[in-house]
Design a protein around this ligand. Structure first.
Ligand SMILES: C[S@@+](CC[C@H](N)C(=O)[O-])C[C@H]1O[C@@H](n2cnc3c(N)ncnc32)[C@H](O)[C@@H]1O
Length: 168
């Protein structure tokens, strides 16, 4: 079988690398401070986010009370193990639902203590179960995979009438 041309392989490698680029907490804070008033009473979905490593999860969990959120849902694609730069070795994705509970000491619990559960499928944002969560959400905030950006926006256009996408 002929191998891919070199420039194609490099393009694929770059896209894959950008797909695994993780957003810095400082960038999330800088951008989202303009929208704090919009989160009151809302369900937020981060649908490309491993709760064990995502700074979007961190931002919304730690600012849950301040933003007066109703619910925070995160879903993660093909990665049951907490690791940066997922190689997508797992066939299944995971999800977490946080409703603002605190530990006895008044802290935000870790993702594990909140509960990270396995999805039936791989956690692809286009899958039936992730789309069902998207329909539940008032606001979707994430940095999606670069290589699927067009499909990501098309899905938002289909299910959400008003949206804003932030990309790294
Ligand atoms: C650019 S990274 C950003 C990760 C995280 N949202 C952040 O901002 O730190 C995109 C993420 O989307 C995940 N991903 C790739 N394909 C996906 C898919 N089909 N559905 C959902 N997530 C996907 C990747 O594993 C990666 O973690």
């Amino acid at each position: 079988m002929p191998s891919k041309p070199l420039n194609r392989s490099l393009h694929d490698a770059r896209a894959t690398k950008q797909d695994e680029f993780y957003t810095q907490l400082s960038d999330i804070e800088k951008e989202l401070r303009h929208y704090t008033a919009h989160f009151n009473g809302k369900t937020v979905l981060c649908n490309c986010d491993d709760p064990k490593v995502s700074n979007f999860f961190h931002y919304f969990a730690y600012n849950f009370q301040k933003l007066k959120l109703k619910k925070l849902i995160t879903t993660c694609y093909k990665n049951r193990d907490p690791e940066l730069f997922s190689k997508h070795k797992s066939k299944l994705g995971v999800y977490l639902v946080y409703e603002g509970e605190r530990t006895a000491g008044g802290r935000v619990p870790t993702a594990d203590r909140i509960g990270v559960y396995t999805l039936d499928g791989d956690g692809d944002f286009r899958s039936g179960e992730c789309t069902a969560l998207l329909k539940q959400a008032d606001i979707v905030v994430t940095n999606p995979p670069f290589s699927l950006f067009r499909e990501y926006v098309e899905q938002l256009m289909k299910y959400k009438s008003r949206f804003r996408v932030l990309c790294g």
